[in-house]
Design a protein around this ligand. Structure first.
Ligand code: DX5
Ligand code: ZN
Length: 216
């Protein structure tokens, strides 16, 4: 089963639970939570309080994407808030290997996210510790940007690097109905979709369309 992980970044926060109920009805089981600190990326989104509130109400697998500097200061809070996966960026911390172990020490799955210009070689000595690799197909910070075509090759190379390891290969940014098949063909088995689901009129129908395209 390929995974759809809708990002709430583009959702209407005054209507969040209504929108998430629609995702539930569509059969979505992952939820992508984009945390931004205004320092690692030029935007601020939300923190652990929103995640722990959502945790009380929803059974989605929480796929928390930390775009924050020094994530080690906050990993415990995001773990306790109810994240299932916690993904960090190599440039955001001096000791990447240590922070992956920290995520796992709370019983959580660990992910590493690579910006469009970040080489795959940062994974060389940590890949066996990872549960998820998140390939950014836009520069992180905002929803609604266009997919960078050069990233198809990177997805293919990441798939090769993963080999037989049990690691989710997730692609984040600019994934839409018209390119999701190409993203899968390149080797992804999970996609993050924000504006492609939340900007359209019918959120439930949009999510269903993605789920069908991902698993037909
Ligand atoms: C970008 C975020 C993405 C993004 C996805 O910093 O990590 O999750 O919001 O949104 P779309 O699908 O609109 O590119
Ligand atoms: Zn994200």
């Amino acid at each position: 089963m390929n995974i759809l992980s809708p990002s709430i970044l583009t959702a209407d926060f005054t209507n969040l639970s209504k929108d998430l109920d629609k995702l539930e009805r569509a059969g979505v089981n992952f939820l992508h939570l984009d945390v931004m600190d205004g320092s690692y990326v030029p935007n601020i989104s939300f923190g652990p309080k929103i995640i722990s509130d959502l945790r009380k109400k929803y059974d989605f697998t929480f796929d928390t994407h930390l775009m924050i500097n020094s994530p080690e200061k906050m990993i415990e809070e995001f773990a306790k808030a109810g994240s299932d996966y916690i993904t960090i960026h190599p440039e955001s911390t001096i000791h990447l290997h240590r922070q992956i172990q920290l995520i796992k020490s709370f019983g959580k799955k660990a992910g590493v996210s690579l910006n469009p210009s970040t080489p795959l070689s940062v994974l060389d000595y940590i890949i066996d510790d990872l549960d998820l690799i998140l390939i950014m197909s836009v520069n992180p910070g905002f929803g609604g940007q266009s997919f960078i075509p050069a990233i198809y090759k990177k997805i293919q190379e990441t798939r090769k690097l993963i080999g037989s390891r049990d690691i989710i290969l997730e692609v984040d940014g600019g994934v839409k109905i018209d390119n999701v098949k190409d993203v899968l063909a390149a080797g992804a088995n999970a996609v993050v979709v924000g504006s492609g689901i939340f900007n359209g009129k019918d959120i439930e129908a949009n999510a269903k369309t993605f789920l069908e395209l991902l698993n037909d």
